[in-house]
Design a protein around this ligand. Structure first.
Ligand code: ARG
Length: 488
């Protein structure tokens, strides 16, 4: 196929061509390149830059390309060149040769990436909301499933399983929100910036922006063609999201060990060892940790690429595309898999309860009860500390402590030992969860309230995201209608 770009010297030889070509990475933006070119051509026609016949021929050729199967290998440097060549081949040079009027591949590639990320953000938001919904639904079923809460991986306070699940949900809500806000900065049109400085041809940048569903333009043409900060922002948001998934995975991996046995992953999410028949390895959790590292790598590579580039388009920018696609692919699949894992997990309530009972987790509750009777927290802390030490030396629970042992523990303080003994007998795991009323705590009422609240929040973000998806869909439908009318 003939190349329609004048170049110095002869055609690039094969090795050089494959070195400079982005054709294989461009598979992900073919659709966006086609619709972008359609909107651009319509704008050229509407501003009397090309004729009705010309636009009609261009649009017809582009429309046909929507169904074309593009090969990964081609003699072209990138999808923009290839599509233009195919349009010229089909529409003729007189018409097709006008498609690239008043634009450059520099504004074009940025346009395509923006439309791709825009769609990926919507998909990710929906996937995130699905995963959050799975977490909150599981929390709903485990509001009263007691388990220890850990700090330093040591048992710290009496808690419930739902509290952890809701904590994950809240972290993922922040990820939704980050992406949701990033969308606004991605959804701006760079097209019409030309190679860097704009054009003398009387184009209308607002009109292409509107036809492609952007809420505005990246005004400064140098900025529009140079910047990839929107890419960095997107990948950074996803990298943070992945670190959240990775941390959740780590918790679940620990809890699924035979030492903890709090949870059991369903068989399809584990793999047996090739040698040790008793093993059930939590591979998907480990892979989520591993894939997180990959996404962090993508972010690092993108930031390193853009940090020292001179303003204006530079070919280095071509290399970041595969990092974007991989980031989207990894995170979308991670969310789908984690959601399915949550929906099929088995919770060992008995084991969780036993662990809660066997640690001295009500210690803080006892100290706080003394505080409520006017004892300084430091004194209460010391007394209960002594009590726990006595109990642990003779390896018994606090409920088995004797009146004389209580007396020993209050020595040197004004705490009444009889009162303390009464407190010990009346303080249980249940009372601990009943009395914990501070906002956001493990308390039973707080769990219930947060579950209802988070369900509402899912609905809110869902509506916003669905609205955006519909806007994009309607935009392309309207463009399609326009194209059909002009082709006729
Ligand atoms: N293939 C290029 C990329 O992906 C498109 C822009 C090329 N522009 C240029 N002046 N060489 O970034």
């Amino acid at each position: 196929m003939m190349m329609y770009r004048s170049r110095m010297g002869k055609n690039l030889d094969e090795i050089t061509l494959s070195y400079v070509s982005s054709i294989s990475d461009d598979a992900e933006i073919i659709f966006y390149d086609i619709v972008g070119s359609q909107a651009h051509s319509i704008m050229l026609y509407e501003n009397k830059i090309i004729t009705k016949t010309e636009v009609s021929k261009i649009l017809h050729a582009l429309e046909k390309l929507k169904k074309e199967k593009f090969e990964k290998k081609s003699d072209f440097e990138d999808i923009h060149e290839l599509i233009e060549s195919l349009v010229i081949k089909s529409a003729g040079l007189v018409s097709g040769g006008k498609m690239h009027t008043a634009r450059s591949r520099n504004d074009q590639v940025s346009l395509d990436i923006r439309m791709k990320i825009r769609d990926d953000i919507n998909t990710l938001c929906q996937c995130l909301l699905d995963t959050i919904e799975a977490l909150v639904s599981l929390a709903q079923a485990h509001q009263k499933t007691v388990m220890p809460l850990y700090t330093h991986l040591q048992p710290a306070q009496v808690g419930v399983f739902s509290h952890y699940l809701l904590a994950y949900a809240d972290a993922l809500f922040r990820d939704v929100d980050r992406l949701y806000v990033t969308y606004g900065r991605v959804n701006e049109n760079p097209l019409g910036a030309g190679p860097i400085g704009g054009t003398s041809i009387p184009i209308d940048r607002q009109s292409t922006a509107k036809m492609l569903g952007f809420h505005g333009i990246v005004e400064n043409s140098i900025d529009a063609t140079s910047t990839r900060d929107f890419v960095a922002e997107y990948v950074a948001a996803v990298a943070i999201l992945m670190t959240n998934l990775s941390r959740i995975s780590e918790d679940f991996a620990i809890w699924s060990t035979s030492e903890f046995s709090f949870i059991e992953l369903s068989d399809e999410f584990t793999s047996p060892s090739s040698v040790m028949p008793q093993k059930k390895n939590p591979d998907i959790l480990e892979l989520t940790r591993g894939k997180t590292a990959q996404v962090i790598g993508h972010l690092t590579s993108i930031l390193s690429t853009i940090k020292g580039l001179p303003s204006g388009y530079n070919r280095d920018l071509q290399q970041i595309k595969s990092s974007i696609w991989s980031t989207s692919k990894i995170s979308i699949s991670a969310l789908l898999v984690i959601k399915l894992m949550l929906m099929t997990i088995t919770i060992n309530k008995e084991k969780m309860k036993k662990s809660t009972e066997s640690s001295y987790l009500i210690a803080l509750d006892l100290a706080e009860k003394l505080v409520q009777k006017g004892i300084p927290f430091r004194t209460a802390h010391k007394v209960i500390g002594q009590l726990v030490q006595i109990a642990s030396i003779s390896k018994k629970p606090l409920s088995k402590i004797t009146p004389s042992e209580v007396k020993t523990s209050v020595k040197g303080t004004n705490v009444d030992s009889k009162f303390l003994l009464k407190l010990i007998n009346s303080t249980t795991i249940d009372s601990s969860l009943r009395d914990r009323t501070s906002q956001g705590s493990s308390g039973i009422l707080e769990q219930k309230r947060m579950i209802v609240d988070r369900m509402k929040k899912i609905k809110m973000y869902r509506e916003g995201t669905t609205k955006r998806e519909n806007q994009v869909k309607t935009t392309f439908e309207n463009l399609s209608k326009k194209v059909k009318l002009l082709i006729k």
